[in-house]
Design a protein around this ligand. Structure first.
Ligand code: PEP
Ligand code: CO
Length: 414
């Protein structure tokens, strides 16, 4: 299986990785803003044109809101085309009263609640490669051929769901008017609007799979994981002496590091020395994920520790993974207000300390799911059962995502 994977063509090319590293370096310097988002766990069965277009559409809509409101160009990175492996806190889980091995993502086992499907199957690695390739192929075709062009109103319709995001319509009108004006002056070339940058990312969790997609790309670029433009290491696997850090430090890709409640200042500095010995701008994105009630105590000492080093990191905030709660009816959910509160605190804490938040990391989907409560649609716990479809964590739906983007844009402006 792995021998076969090693011979298959790469999904991305080194030049794209270098370009992303440059854009992330600009975000670290405060000149761009990183929007990273997508599913918690992609499923093979969701590799459909509708689901892929839905996610791309909502990320593009969010980036228009962020660029327009935040006055900064946005670097778009999807949790997509490879986000198939899930770290789990427990080896088993209760499904409909039955104890089963935990679902670990389609790369490893199946979500269906029976022991057969929960058994790990190495053949899934090949399946994951093909589903990543099909997804990325569709993304590339869309982003190269005008999917993002603001002159096509049908592509910019509001995301599914009943909610209105009033600021969106106004923003779109303003952006279109400005573009028409620039075009009238001869200042905008059509092809600039028709092609956009879009990058892919996933958690580097299942190392045999990641290694099989790692290729030597020459003296100047060394080893790159060509299965995604950037990878991140999760909260559960970033031990200093662990295999994941040992693998990641040998790659030239830009790397993300989830930073949660278990991170101490010393650990973080040692980890940066390990992953970024050359102090390279764009190399490391630190993604804080504490939860709205913990960030205030936890983040400032870490910011201070990083500031005392010369690592030029980009700080991003994942307001999802520290804000999980269980609803009375047993659904894993997250409340819009808690997600927003963590983001607000992150911006404030960075500012108060002379640091700077340059990105967000969000679990979302373009579809009209009901997995997170709150937002303009005022989803309640009772609504969760209507369209709860995630394979793992609850995602913001299209409307909630766009609304969040407008609120984030205000925070970027300060
Ligand atoms: C995730 O991003 O889906 C995830 C599991 O995050 P963390 O490692 O921060 O818990
Ligand atoms: Co998740």
């Amino acid at each position: 299986m792995l021998a076969r994977l090693r011979r298959l063509p790469p999904l991305v090319v080194p030049g794209e990785i270098t370009r992303l590293r440059g854009l992330l370096a600009e975000a670290a310097a405060g000149r761009r803003f990183l929007l990273q988002g997508g599913d918690c766990a992609e499923r093979f069965q969701d590799c459909t044109p509708e689901a892929i277009e839905g996610k791309l559409r909502v990320l593009l809509q969010m980036s228009v809101a962020l660029t327009h409101g935040g006055r900064k160009p946005v670097v778009r990175v999807g949790r997509i085309a490879g986000q198939f492996a899930k770290p789990r806190s427990k080896p088993t889980e209760l499904v409909q009263g039955r104890e089963l091995p935990s679902y670990r993502g389609d790369l490893i086992n199946g979500l269906e609640p029976d022991p057969d499907s929960r058994r790990p199957d190495p053949g899934r690695m090949l399946e994951a490669y093909y589903h990543s390739a099909a997804t990325l192929n569709h993304l590339r075709a869309l982003t190269a051929s005008g999917f993002a062009d603001l002159h096509h109103p049908e592509r910019w319709e509001l995301p599914g769901g009943s909610g209105e995001v009033p600021a969106y319509r106004r923003t779109l009108d303003q952006v279109r008017e400005s573009l028409d004006f620039l075009e009238a002056l001869g200042g905008v070339q059509r092809d600039v609007l028709e092609r956009i940058d879009f990058f892919t990312s996933h958690e580097a969790l299942l190392l045999p799979y990641e290694e099989a997609l790692t290729r030597w790309v020459g003296e100047d670029r060394g080893y790159c994981n060509l299965g995604a433009h950037t990878l991140w290491v999760g909260e559960r696997t970033r031990q200093l002496d662990g295999a994941h850090l040992e693998y990641l430090r040998g790659l030239r890709n830009p790397l993300g590091v989830k930073v949660g409640p278990s991170a101490t200042p010393d650990h973080l500095v040692a980890l940066l020395d390990r992953l970024d010995p050359d102090r390279e701008p764009g190399r490391i994105t630190l993604i804080s994920r504490f939860g709205a009630t913990r960030i205030q105590a936890a983040l400032p000492p870490l910011l201070a520790a990083v500031q005392a080093t010369d690592h030029p990191v980009l700080w991003s905030c994942d307001p999802m993974h520290g804000n999980g709660v269980e609803s009375a009816s047993g659904y894993k959910t997250r409340d819009f207000a808690a997600i927003l509160a963590e983001l607000r605190l992150a911006f404030e804490l960075h500012r108060a300390q002379g640091s700077h938040l340059g990105g967000v990391h969000i679990e979302l989907t373009g579809e009209a799911v009901t997995e997170c409560t709150g937002g303009t649609e005022r989803l309640s716990e009772a609504d969760l059962a209507k369209a709860y479809e995630t394979g793992c964590d609850p995602r913001l739906n299209g409307t909630q995502s766009l609304e969040m983007a407008f609120l984030i844009a205000e925070m970027i402006r300060g």
